[in-house]
Ligand binder design. Structure first.
Ligand SMILES: Nc1ncnc2c1ncn2[C@@H]1O[C@H](COP(=O)(O)OP(=O)(O)OP(=O)(O)O)[C@@H](O)[C@H]1O
Ligand SMILES: [Mg+2]
Length: 229
């Protein structure tokens, strides 16, 4: 995948199975967001193949996006609407009409405080916005979830809340691909971590069975790469 003559992804091979969370780490400009753009059909690869639920998102973007929830780095929500109104409106755009109770359940699961549910978003912190966004993604009940640096700028508690909901989404057999710089968050939440460098995955580790990652071993193994992430 190149932008003009600038080759960004080169020989990248990645598959994200249903019911799993893959974290994609890599430095600035490594091509993480571009990978998500390919999966969303926003850009087309110069060569190679991209499929989402069996279809090429570049050829059938509506089919692919209808099955994909995407949290961009900066979530676009409406400041003049309340949290509930944002969720209702955004979900209506994708053809979902959840009840108020279902929306409140999702907010609670995302860790959004009750006093924020009917408040306008103009006073929300970044973490509160992320919680609204992940609640909306949860309510869409789609098989694919793409996240671009979802925990950047969140405090440890907000990150933990976020990761907990991600786990709940994964249990529903969703394929989750999370792009991040946050090795700790990746270790906490992912089943697999891939390090993107020079346009491809240069290292890949998996959490085996009930064993989580050993952060010290990871740092030692990935050295500068993990520290930079
Ligand atoms: N629309 C575009 N047109 C031209 N070049 C682009 C475009 N989008 C990204 N690039 C370039 O492609 C490379 C990869 O960008 P990308 O946004 O995928 O990186 P990233 O891994 O998400 O980085 P970051 O961690 O900073 O978000 C960068 O060199 C960037 O400048
Ligand atoms: Mg990016």
């Amino acid at each position: 995948m190149s932008y003009g003559s600038h080759r960004v992804l080169d020989g990248l091979s990645i598959a994200v199975p249903a019911g799993s969370i893959t974290a994609l780490l890599g430095g600035n400009g490594a091509g993480k967001s571009t990978t998500l753009s390919l999966l969303l059909g926003f850009v087309r690869p110069n060569d190679g193949r991209v499929t989402v639920c069996g279809v090429d998102p570049g050829v059938e973007p509506d089919h692919a996006r209808g099955r994909t929830a995407y949290l961009p780095e900066n979530v676009a929500l409406y400041d003049h609407l309340t949290a509930v109104e944002n969720a209702s409106y955004l979900l209506a755009l994708s053809g979902n009409r959840p009840s108020r109770a279902a929306i409140l359940d999702a907010f609670a699961a995302a860790g959004l405080q009750e006093r924020a549910w009917d408040a306008r978003l103009s006073g929300f912190s970044k973490g509160m916005r992320q919680k609204v966004a992940i609640a909306v993604a949860w309510l869409r009940e789609v098989p694919v979830l793409l996240l671009d640096e979802p925990t950047s700028g969140l405090d440890p508690q907000a990150t933990a809340d976020f990761n907990a909901l991600l786990h709940a989404i994964r249990v529903r057999n969703t394929a989750v691909l999370m792009v991040t710089h946050d090795l700790l968050s990746a270790v906490d939440v992912a089943d697999r971590i891939g390090f993107l460098e020079r346009g491809r995955i240069v290292e890949e580790v998996a959490a085996t069975g009930t064993e989580r990652f050993d952060i010290r071993a990871l740092r030692a193994r990935f050295g500068e790469r993990a520290r930079a992430a």
